[in-house]
Design a binder for this molecule. Structure first.
Ligand SMILES: *[C@@H]1O[C@H](CO)[C@@H](O)[C@H](O)[C@H]1NC(C)=O
Ligand SMILES: *[C@@H]1O[C@H](CO)[C@@H](O)[C@H](O)[C@H]1NC(C)=O
Ligand SMILES: *[C@@H]1O[C@H](CO)[C@@H](O)[C@H](O)[C@H]1NC(C)=O
Ligand SMILES: *[C@@H]1O[C@H](CO)[C@@H](O)[C@H](O)[C@H]1NC(C)=O
Ligand SMILES: *[C@@H]1O[C@H](CO)[C@@H](O)[C@H](O)[C@H]1NC(C)=O
Ligand SMILES: *[C@@H]1O[C@H](CO)[C@@H](O)[C@H](O)[C@H]1NC(C)=O
Ligand SMILES: *[C@@H]1O[C@H](CO)[C@@H](O)[C@H](O)[C@H]1NC(C)=O
Ligand SMILES: *[C@@H]1O[C@H](CO)[C@@H](O)[C@H](O)[C@H]1NC(C)=O
Ligand SMILES: *[C@@H]1O[C@H](CO)[C@@H](O)[C@H](O)[C@H]1NC(C)=O
Ligand SMILES: *[C@@H]1O[C@H](CO)[C@@H](O)[C@H](O)[C@H]1NC(C)=O
Ligand SMILES: *[C@@H]1O[C@H](CO)[C@@H](O)[C@H](O)[C@H]1NC(C)=O
Ligand SMILES: *[C@@H]1O[C@H](CO)[C@@H](O)[C@H](O)[C@H]1NC(C)=O
Length: 595
């Protein structure tokens, strides 16, 4: 990411002695590093940390009310999206916040050469040695190792700021953040779980919209199957409507150009020769050696683009999570990839109207302060008119499918069994996508779903979720947060996607697969609106839970086991396994075209 140099402000006499009398007060602390992370010793004093400070955004409430109006089809301001400059104006901190933070940094000798700021000025990134950071934040940094992966990181469990700064700085990270961004994809393969649908022997079966589908769609998903199944067959997007689709990539996942061509030749010959645009964010790499072609990135690109051709596509590769090498004194990367990506995108004038992300973190490993700022950036993107879709995770009500038989506990010292929600799906300003299997569709048993411990239930989903909970009764009481933002919002097929990787066809499953598929449907809806001179859809959830809920196929079979429980059931109406259901494109188009 290109960061401009923080502008040195004149020293303000107002704060000249402010810090001397202001005691350090703990800003954030956690009981201990999350399970699996072990401290290996003090961090070297001269190891250079790259730390991000989030400055208070005083006008977020105004941005939020704008977003609420622009995404409510019943409001006169529906679709009145904001420009980059307008959104930045809402995010920019107050002048006194900038003054006092700069004054404090100067008091520690942190000059312009060791800091940069985001375009809206709401994030400041510092390069400071451990020794100085320990003074500034009244803490000690240690090196930690993550046993399962061998990942290492320099972190702490608590940090402080002078009390006078508390209202001005929301967070400093990575300090107490141990999140490990994961692709929402299951590595386990279904064996024999999928069979030919029993219906008919003439090579076709009937989909939820009543049209005929290739019988092979019951065990092998392709872009053709998805367009048939979701009633979008025959819809060809325009490549001149200004519509575009974006796919994010994290943790060194590489989308391979050659594999995309192989996939096109096999699955969508008309698209052969077309391409996506690669954009590196914060030094994200683009390795094209077939040995490095990534399952996740290939899946996402092949489906988001394979279904929406000739819609222009962008793939962003955002760097993060480098290994900590104790004897290398180069600055460590920031390891705040969600914020880095969001800041980059918010500083673009033209942003694709639909963006698919198949990665997530355990909510509790992302400190609330950081998760909340990222979630607000997603709200800001919604206000720009962007629809953001995230996979709901592949561990059912837990985190990992492979650990479904293990009791889950929160990392808060409690022995009480608890389900573990996923971020960013738990953020109320994104659309979370769960997974289904087979035709007719049932919930895929890995489909992530549950309730946030960070954000309360947004009004748009209140009545739908209340209905589900009143049927659930006191089952699992105490294991999930009954007042939390509930997810997923919607779902799509998530099993046995045909994906080309290093030249070979593979079956790939996960909410990772469902997400680009649902995003492709949303992108075609945006295309239809733009062609008719309407605005893009922007933040989707209010319309999904409103008039569009009847344009989704309700999924009522299956459940999502995890944490040594059978999980939740898919039921009539919304449920925390398949959300409101899977798309019926033609019906959704009718709803969005009359809004
Ligand atoms: C934001 O975008 C503008 C225009 O492209 C660019 O000049 C500036 O450097 C960007 N700012 C940051 C912090 O990336
Ligand atoms: C639903 O659609 C009807 C007519 O199509 C419209 O009058 C009403 O305002 C819509 N409701 C919402 C919540 O968008
Ligand atoms: C999940 O579903 C797959 C495919 O139907 C099946 O093979 C597997 O045994 C199921 N797992 C559990 C725990 O039910
Ligand atoms: C195929 O067979 C099924 C069941 O026999 C029937 O409902 C369907 O209409 C047939 N499809 C076609 C395309 O003939
Ligand atoms: C749009 O698609 C048509 C084929 O459908 C192609 O001939 C044309 O070059 C494309 N234009 C752009 C700007 O991509
Ligand atoms: C896609 O773009 C990349 C990077 O510009 C290029 O190397 C590759 O050849 C392109 N593929 C096609 C089919 O145009
Ligand atoms: C690319 O793949 C090779 C072989 O698996 C591996 O050794 C190398 O580290 C990978 N490179 C990157 C940048 O991931
Ligand atoms: C969970 O336990 C059941 C019953 O003991 C077993 O069949 C299944 O394979 C286990 N699943 C996993 C993922 O370990
Ligand atoms: C820890 O988590 C459990 C399970 O969700 C919850 O009941 C308890 O209130 C939490 N404790 C604290 C201190 O947050
Ligand atoms: C439940 O969620 C609310 C937000 O809706 C949060 O304030 C509360 O701390 C959560 N409870 C637990 C035990 O995490
Ligand atoms: C995917 O799995 C289905 C069902 O087992 C099988 O028929 C198909 O050949 C598999 N596809 C690939 C590419 O392995
Ligand atoms: C799910 O449905 C089964 C079968 O109807 C029922 O026994 C079970 O209690 C339900 N579980 C939940 C969590 O609703």
């Amino acid at each position: 990411m290109k960061l401009s140099i923080f502008v040195a402000l004149a020293l303000s006499p107002l704060f000249a002695n402010a810090f001397r009398g202001s005691q350090p007060v703990i800003k954030e602390s956690i009981r201990s590093a999350p399970l699996g992370w072990t401290p290996t010793g003090r961090a070297p004093a001269d190891y250079v940390l790259s730390l991000k400070l989030a400055l208070a955004q005083s006008k977020f409430a105004d941005l939020e009310s704008h977003l609420r109006e622009a995404s409510d089809p019943a409001h006169p301001n529906y679709g009145a999206h904001l420009s980059k400059e307008e959104v930045h104006a809402f995010l920019t901190p107050e002048a006194d916040t900038l003054d006092i933070v700069h004054e404090w940094l100067s008091s520690h000798g942190v000059g312009a050469e060791s800091m940069s700021k985001s375009a809206a000025g709401d994030w400041v990134t510092l390069q400071v040695p451990v020794e100085l950071a320990e003074q500034m934040f009244d803490t000690q940094f240690h090196a930690y190792v993550h046993e399962a992966s061998g990942d290492t990181a320099v972190r702490t469990t608590s940090y402080s700021l002078p009390s006078i700064l508390h209202p001005h700085i929301d967070l400093v990270q990575p300090t107490t953040m141990y999140a490990r961004t994961q692709p929402a994809r299951i590595t386990y393969r279904y064996s024999g779980g999928l069979v030919y649908s029993a219906e008919g022997d003439n090579g076709t079966i009937t989909g939820p919209a009543g049209n005929a589908l290739d019988q092979s769609c019951s065990y092998q998903i392709t872009p053709t199957c998805l367009k048939q199944l979701y009633n979008a067959e025959g819809y060809i997007p325009s490549n001149t409507s200004g519509n575009a689709i974006g796919i994010t990539g994290y943790i060194e996942q590489y989308a391979n150009y050659e594999d995309l061509q192989t996939f096109y030749k096999s699955q969508n010959p008309a698209a052969a020769g077309s391409n996506f645009t690669f954009v590196s964010v914060n030094g994200g790499k683009n390795i094209q050696d077939p040995a490095n072609a990534s399952t996740e990135a290939n899946l996402d690109v092949q489906y988001a683009l394979g279904m929406t051709y000739p819609t222009p596509g962008t793939f962003w590769s955002t760097a993060g999570e480098p290994p900590f090498i104790p004897d290398e004194f180069a600055p460590s990367n920031v390891n705040t990839p969600w914020a880095d990506w969001a800041d980059y995108i918010l500083n673009q004038t033209d942003v694709p109207q639909t963006i698919s992300t198949s990665y997530g973190d355990s909510e509790e490993t992302v400190p609330f302060s950081y998760a909340d700022r990222v979630c607000k950036s997603f709200a800001a993107l919604g206000a720009r008119g962007v629809s953001l879709l995230f996979g709901s995770g592949d561990g059912g009500v837990g985190l990992l499918y492979s650990a479904m038989n293990q009791t889950c506990h929160r990392n808060n010292g409690s022995d009480a069994p608890a389900f573990l929600p996923m971020f960013p799906s738990s953020c109320p300003y994104v659309t979370s996508v769960g997974a289904t299997i087979g035709i007719p569709e049932a919930a895929a048993n890995f489909s992530g779903g549950g309730f946030s411990n960070y954000w309360g239930r947004p009004s748009y989903q209140q009545s739908h979720v209340d209905s589900y909970l009143s049927e659930l009764g006191d089952k699992y009481a105490g294991m999930y947060n009954a007042s939390g933002r509930a997810y997923p919002d919607v779902s799509a097929q998530g099993v046995n996607y045909l994906v080309y990787i290093a030249g070979q066809p593979h079956n790939v499953s996960g909410t990772s697969a469902a997400t680009p598929a649902f995003a492709a449907i949303v992108s075609m809806l945006n295309d239809a609106r733009l062609r008719a001179g309407k605005s893009s859809l922007g933040f989707l959830n209010p319309i999904l839970y409103g008039n569009a809920s009847v344009a989704l196929n309700d999924v009522t079979e299956g459940n999502n086991p995890g944490c040594a429980t059978p999980g939740f059931n898919a039921t009539k109406g919304w449920d925390p396994v398949t959300g409101l259901g899977t798309p019926n494109f033609e019906k959704l188009k009718d709803v969005v075209m009359s809004s």
